[in-house]
Design a protein around this ligand. Structure first.
Ligand SMILES: [Zn+2]
Length: 131
């Protein structure tokens, strides 16, 4: 949160072009699992330290996926929070226990989301993103 409270910080491209995500290491937070969103990723301080030894890096990668807009797939086949009938074309890190690494399908999801938002404009009609 280095720049969050610094009102004088000049974001490259201006304030409306900023995209911040925070690594939030929390003492006392459960060492298994975490949470993530467009604000960043929150895991326990121990979880972040264990990642230095390669332990459970996939949990952070999963939470980082939320930062880029990819959803969870925790439900059963066909459920609103589940996976599509017949399953995914290949494993995804966004479904707990399905993959311990980022897959080509996760990359496809990220490119799909980008294809849907890249031409968005703000209330003034100015494109929010530049390629
Ligand atoms: Zn999740």
């Amino acid at each position: 949160m280095e720049h969050f409270y610094d009102r004088s910080y000049q974001y490259p491209g201006g304030l409306d072009k900023r995209f911040d995500m925070y690594l939030w290491a929390t003492q006392g937070f459960p060492d298994i699992g975490g949470c993530g969103g467009d604000w960043g990723q929150r895991l326990s301080d121990n979880a972040y330290l264990n990642m230095l030894n390669g332990v459970n890096v996939h949990v952070f990668e999963h939470e980082l996926g939320h930062g880029f807009g990819i959803t969870d797939f925790y439900g059963e086949e066909g459920a609103i929070d589940g996976f599509p009938p017949g399953g995914f074309p290949e494993p995804t890190i966004m479904m707990a226990g399905n993959s311990a690494e980022i897959t080509n399908y996760d990359g496809w999801q990220l490119r799909y989301i980008w294809s849907k938002i890249k031409n968005q404009t703000d209330s003034n009609g100015t494109r929010r993103f530049t390629e």
